[in-house]
Design a protein around this ligand. Structure first.
Ligand SMILES: [Mg+2]
Length: 382
């Protein structure tokens, strides 16, 4: 059985927990600090009750409630809390998976008392962080995730073999993860309304009408004990690339171009494996500096080439020389996790979309069909 933990109004709840003045009040967390010109990235339950929810422009939220409390998002606070919750959950010694920054999945096998276990988890989280979670338990991740949404906030829903069909019957199909607007339209046209309607269709039917999505849906609905993402055992400990030049150089733009290229190569491999990395290890070799190695761990894990490159430059600054002569470079990323945090801020979203487009083109037309312009410098003669 999978136990799915979904934190309630996570960012807003954290802000209310750290600032008692905000408790019990309608509150929105904005992705930028200009409160009238941003987007709601989380709303407290008091705000949700007024019809305010994430994704809404903040001015529209203020229209609904002029006295709304506002806090600009503080991502490091949320990531810290998320990681602390993950640590707390690890103590239960079940196989554990990050589903998103505020969702966690545990494979509790055939635990005899899931209700007690869920209660215990909820009260531990509350005791430590003064925020609530909703928990769902079911035979697989998709149904457990669905269950976690059925009694929000601060609820527990357990889907057993006995109540499975009745729970699915009273739940609209679009509440299932993966059933978006366009899928909903198609299945409504087919006369399917509830999760049970979907559950009772066979794989061929779903594939014929919904393509690969339909097949995935069938497998996710009927499988047992699987996690949302691949299990962590098969993931590598680190991913790295290195390169040695024909001779040493001290031209900064050349060195930067090579670091950027290595960073892009490493980032691409991380993305292929659906991994993000916290720790960057930099190795440089040159006639004056000899072997320079240093590593640094950052609070926010990444698989973005530009970000890895920027972090490598920060580490390189530790050498303390203006432009050292360099012959060889290596960048290695470690402390890898399969977690995928939502991209909160516009700049990150923009970069995320760019990276995705680059990967799509390079996967279709061959590696390095498109690449960051700076790396072209690596093709120049020294
Ligand atoms: Mg949540």
């Amino acid at each position: 059985m999978i136990l799915h933990i979904d934190m309630d109004a996570f960012f807003a709840s954290i802000e209310q927990a750290v600032n008692p003045r905000l408790k019990g009040k309608p509150l929105i967390v904005g992705s930028r600090d200009n409160k009238m010109h941003t987007v709601v990235c989380a709303a407290s339950y008091e705000a949700k009750a007024l019809g305010i929810d994430s994704g809404m422009p903040s001015f529209a939220a203020f229209k609904l409630c002029p006295k709304l409390e506002f806090v600009a998002a503080d991502q490091s606070k949320y990531i810290w809390t998320s990681e602390e919750i993950f640590r707390l959950l690890k103590d239960y010694q079940f196989q554990l998976n990050y589903a998103s920054i505020d969702e966690f999945q545990m494979d509790i096998k055939s635990h005899p008392q899931p209700q007690e276990l869920a209660n215990d988890i909820k009260s531990k989280i509350y005791k430590n962080f003064k925020i609530t979670a909703s928990i769902g338990v079911a035979k697989n991740w998709l149904l457990a995730k669905l269950a976690s949404k059925l009694n929000k906030p601060n609820g527990i829903t357990i889907i057993t073999e006995e109540n499975l069909l009745s729970v699915l019957k009273k739940t609209p199909a679009e509440r299932l993860c993966g059933v978006g607007k366009s899928t909903t339209k198609i299945i409504h046209n087919l006369g399917l309304k509830t999760c049970l309607d979907l559950y009772q269709k066979d794989a061929d039917f779903l594939e014929k009408n919904l393509g690969q999505n339909g097949l995935n849906l069938y497998v996710s609905l009927h499988s047992t004990d699987s996690f949302e993402t691949d299990n962590q055992e098969t993931k590598p400990k680190s991913v790295g690339h290195s390169y040695t030049l024909p001779r040493a150089t001290k031209t900064p733009r050349f060195i930067q171009a090579w670091l950027r290229l290595l960073a892009e190569m490493v980032a691409q491999r991380l993305r292929q494996k659906n991994l993000i990395s916290e720790t960057i290890f930099l190795w440089l070799n040159g006639p004056e500096i000899g072997n320079f190695t240093a590593q640094k761990t950052f609070t926010q894990a990444t698989n973005d080439g530009f970000e890895i490159y920027s972090r490598a430059l920060k580490i390189m600054a530790q050498i303390g020389q203006e432009s050292p002569k360099i012959r060889a470079f290596g960048i290695t990323c470690s402390k890898l996790t399969t977690s995928s945090y939502p991209l909160l801020f516009n700049e990150q979203k923009r970069r995320g979309a760019l990276t995705k487009a680059m990967d799509t083109i390079n996967n279709r037309h061959g590696e390095n069909t498109i690449f960051p312009a700076i790396t072209i410098i690596t093709k120049e003669n020294l």
